[in-house]
Design a protein around this ligand. Structure first.
Ligand code: ATP
Length: 308
C-alpha cells in the first residue's frame, strides 16, 4: 500500500472486552504539518496513538507510517519517531540528565550534545541535576518532551503534552512545536481535549468522539466556514448579490439558498447595504449577525455537552 501521508490509517479499530474504543478510524496526517487529534476524555485518542506506535495491536484495520504499512514497518525505523504516550516513564532516583543519557545510549545516539541540547530546548537545563522524583508534574512533562525530541525525529506523536504545564510552559511548548514543524519539517500528531489549544497549533484537525473520527479538515477551511457573517433574508437573492458586487464592490459573500445570502466582508456597512437593497426594490425579510465561533461548531459536532 503506497501512502502520501506520514501517517495514514484505514478503518483502525480497537475493541476491549467487547466495547469499542476506536471505531473504524481513517486518519490522514500530511507530512510536515501539525495534526491535532481533538476529543473529550475517553474519546479514544490514547488508544489510537498506541496502535500507531505498535504498543497495542489493532483489532482490525491498518496503519501506514512513512509510506510503509504496519507489518512492513521495520523496528529499526522507530528512531524516526519521538513520542509521549501517557505519563512518560523515567527512573525516579536518577537525575533528569542521567535519565536522558540512558535513553540516548539505548537509542545509540551519536550526537554528543543531544542531551544538553534537549534539556536546554525544554527549559530544564538549570534543573538537570535534580532527581526525577523531585520534579513537578510540569517538569516531568517537559522532560518527556525532551526525551521525545532528543534524537530529532521526523515524526512526533504526543498524547496531551500540555497536561500539567503552567501557562508559560504551554506557551513555550507551543512555540517549540511550531518551530520544529516550520524549521525542521517535523510532522507532529498531537492530541488534546482543548479546542483552543488546537486552534493555536494545528494545520489539520481530526475530531474523535466515542471512538469515531467525526471530522477531518484543515484549520484554514474550518475558520473560513466559521467566520463572522451577516445573513440577509431577501426576496430576490440574485439581485441582492448583483448589488453587493456592483454598488459595494463586495465579492466575499455566499448565496445559501433562494432567499438567503451571507456577507463576510464589510459587516460594519450592513445598515447601508440593507438600505441599498430596499432602494433597489428588494424586500429584506430579516438581517442577523452570526458570530464565528469554533466552540459552537465543536459542540454541535459532538452533540452538545461541552468539552470534556
Ligand atoms: P483521555 O483524554 O481521558 O486519556 P482518550 O481519548 O485518550 O481519553 P482512551 O484512553 O483511548 O481515551 O480510552 C478510550 C476508551 O477505551 C475508554 O472508554 C477507556 O475506558 C477504554 N480503554 C482504554 N484502554 C483500555 C484497556 N487497556 N482496557 C479496557 N478498556 C480500555
Amino acid at each position: 500500500m503506497m501512502c502520501e501521508y506520514t501517517i495514514e490509517t484505514k478503518d483502525l479499530t480497537k475493541v476491549y472486552n467487547g466495547s469499542v474504543s476506536v471505531d473504524g478510524v481513517s486518519l490522514h496526517v500530511p507530512k510536515g504539518q501539525i495534526y491535532g487529534l481533538l476529543g473529550r476524555n475517553g474519546a479514544g485518542k490514547t488508544t489510537a496513538m498506541k496502535m500507531l506506535l505498535n504498543l497495542i495491536r489493532p483489532t482490525s484495520g491498518s496503519v501506514c507510517l512513512f509510506g510503509k504499512s504496519g507489518a512492513a514497518f521495520d523496528r529499526k525505523q522507530y528512531h524516526r519517531i519521538g513520542s509521549i504516550i501517557e505519563a512518560p516513564a523515567f527512573y525516579e532516583n536518577l537525575t533528569a540528565e542521567e535519565n536522558l543519557r540512558i535513553l540516548a545510549k539505548l537509542r545509540g545516539q551519536h550526537r554528543r550534545d543531544s542531551v544538553a541540547c534537549a534539556l536546554r530546548v525544554v527549559g530544564l537545563d538549570k534543573e538537570k541535576n535534580k532527581l526525577f522524583r523531585a520534579y513537578s508534574l510540569g517538569m516531568k512533562q517537559r522532560l518527556g518532551l525532551a526525551a521525545a525530541i532528543m534524537h530529532e525525529p521526523e515524526l512526533l506523536i504526543l498524547d496531551e503534552p500540555m497536561n500539567g504545564l503552567d501557562p508559560i510552559g504551554i506557551h513555550e511548548t507551543r512555540s517549540l512545536l511550531l518551530r520544529m514543524c516550520r524549521e525542521k519539517g517535523t510532522t507532529i500528531l498531537i492530541s488534546s481535549h482543548i479546542l483552543n489549544e488546537m486552534e493555536q497549533l494545528a494545520d489539520t484537525i481530526g475530531v474523535l468522539h466515542a471512538g469515531r473520527l467525526l471530522e477531518e479538515t484543515s484549520m484554514r477551511k474550518l475558520y473560513q466556514q466559521n467566520r463572522r457573517y451577516v445573513e440577509f433574508e431577501v426576496s430576490e437573492v440574485n439581485k441582492a448579490a448583483m448589488i453587493l458586487e456592483r454598488s459595494y464592490g463586495i465579492s466575499d459573500y455566499e448565496v445559501i439558498d433562494k432567499g438567503l445570502l451571507r456577507l463576510y466582508d464589510r459587516l460594519d456597512s450592513r445598515a447601508e447595504i440593507n438600505a441599498g437593497f430596499v432602494q433597489a426594490g428588494i424586500l429584506v425579510v430579516n438581517m442577523s449577525i452570526q458570530e464565528g465561533n469554533l466552540e459552537d461548531w465543536f459542540t454541535r459536532l459532538i452533540g452538545g455537552g461541552g468539552i470534556g
